[in-house]
Design a protein around this ligand. Sequence first.
Ligand SMILES: *[C@@H]1O[C@H](CO)[C@@H](O)[C@H](O)[C@H]1NC(C)=O
Length: 315
Amino acid sequence: MMVTKYTALFALGLLASAFGMPSSPPDPSYIKNCPGPMLPPGYGSVPNPDTPEAFLDYTEFKKAAFAASAPPGYDSIFVNLKSPIKGPNYYLGYHALKDYSISDCAEYCEETDGCEAFNIFFERSPKVDPNPKCKNPPSTTLITCSLWSLSPGKARAAASNDRGWRYEFHVVIAGSNGYIRGHKKDCPGYKIEYFGDSAINAPVDCKGEYTYMGYKRFDAGGYDVARCAKACSEQNEYNSAHPPTDGSKLRLCHFTNSYIEKKNGIPQAQYCALYSKAWHKKQATNNGQWQGKDHITISYSVGLTNVTGKHDACV
Ligand SMILES: *[C@@H]1O[C@H](CO)[C@@H](O)[C@H](O)[C@H]1NC(C)=O
């Protein structure tokens, strides 16, 4: 169902831009002065005068950006920049919004596999596709929600420079706010690494030592990376209180892989796979499997390594 919903959202986006075209005929003088294919109009207001300078200085955009607060589960990473997040390797698509709505954008991120960050902004866009006969058309203001699979450091760095020129039309951005999933919270003693849509698949280290210690599964309560850290630490308290009596070595959890398992796109449960040694992105190769007709996939996979001591598995 998630999959169809996701697809439906994309379809809706396309429909919205198709049906969003003005139903009344465009201003004839404007077409006469500036012929060319019409571009989908946006829903934001257009400053007067219609210039890039006025756009960048427009109070309404600033106000919207500063009034917005991070939605539950997300942290704000920047406010009111004049640039969007960039980085083709991490881009998951965009949605045209009717309002500058942080919660609508967060919802799109929630529904998109691998989405770690989102960026909402106003964009000065030409009403007519700029061309040699219409080099500087009037503008329309798009409100865009773009989705990203970025880690926080990368998202900050990625918000740079402007959109550039199309003939004599200057595409500029204002009120650009960025938000990132609040995964980093409440995992004291652990270092976090993002694996995206793959889980760790490496039970045995180079010495043949079995590092996997089983898993904890949570069926309710949303996605909370911190409970994997807790599960790992609690396992240690238990194991230390109940040391092996057969002479084998006491095994402690130093690494946990937190992820959501989905069945046909629908989240089933959060898993915390526990390991005695730390594994890294290279070993995150399990991206699910087919069980008969059911497609099992992994999302929001994160590795948490105990920062006290050295726990890397040999490879
Ligand atoms: C990290 O590992 C050390 C050494 O095994 C252990 O003493 C400590 O409790 C662990 N930290 C956490 C947060 O579990």
